[in-house]
Design a binder for this molecule. Structure first.
Ligand code: ZN
Length: 222
């Protein structure tokens, strides 16, 4: 079983933020959800994947903390994506949305502790996925930021200047226990997806999935 989610815009252009774009975005999420045989989870702010690994109870939770789709009353919406993952060896923030104030506000409304985040994984360079990073780091710089190796040196230096450690990701590799990266995929905008190995199968989390979400899912299997 493989569960894939993120904000899929395929190879489409982020500058066209029209109603049509929004409709296509939602449609693709639904198609992919059905494709992988899961219920329509994207209407929920928090998705839990429970299971048992040897005798260790595992409860992986994925909290959608930034999106343009209103998942839960009281959460602010804006273009972009961020997802907090807990229940792993480390607490991971995948992408940061486009606005740090909205990101932190949504985390607070969901009762998620900014200081508990150990690692930030950035999928790709677009501002609606990285724009909240500086505000986040101003609150919690005690993290490692995993970013595609192609990120500009100036971006990497700024993250270091704010006090965070950085790790650049080129090829496929393990980031921490039970968590791998596809490595940055080269066709289209360079982007990495996160792969979480759970007792019920792989969970693949993408940003825009510019390199094509099906190809990213295939890469995750290898
Ligand atoms: Zn993008």
């Amino acid at each position: 079983m493989m569960l894939v989610f993120g904000t899929f815009v395929g190879g489409a252009i982020l500058t066209k933020r029209t109603r049509d774009m929004y409709a296509m975005h939602v449609y693709k999420n639904i198609v992919l959800t059905l494709l992988y045989g899961w219920a329509l989870f994207m209407t929920q702010a928090t998705v839990a994947v429970s299971g048992t690994e040897k005798d260790q109870p595992v409860r992986l939770r994925l909290h959608i903390v930034f999106n343009n789709v209103p998942y839960k009353a009281g959460l602010a919406t804006s273009w972009g994506f961020a997802c907090l993952i807990d229940g792993l060896e480390k607490t991971v923030l995948f992408d940061t949305g486009g606005d740090g104030d909205i990101l932190l506000s949504n985390m607070q409304r969901l009762g998620l502790d900014v200081g508990a985040v150990d690692a930030v994984v950035l999928s790709h360079i677009h501002g609606d996925h990285t724009g909240g990073l500086d505000t986040f780091l101003a609150r919690n710089p005690d993290v490692t930021v995993y970013m595609p190796a192609s990120f500009p040196a100036s971006f990497q230096q700024e993250v270091k200047r704010m006090g965070a450690a950085i790790e650049t990701v080129a090829g496929p590799r393990q980031l921490m226990k039970s968590v791998h990266s596809t490595g940055e995929m080269n066709h289209g905008i360079r982007e990495q997806a996160l792969i979480v190995d759970t007792p019920r199968g792989l969970v693949v989390i993408t940003g825009c999935a510019h390199p094509n979400v099906a190809d990213m899912a295939e890469q995750a299997k290898t």
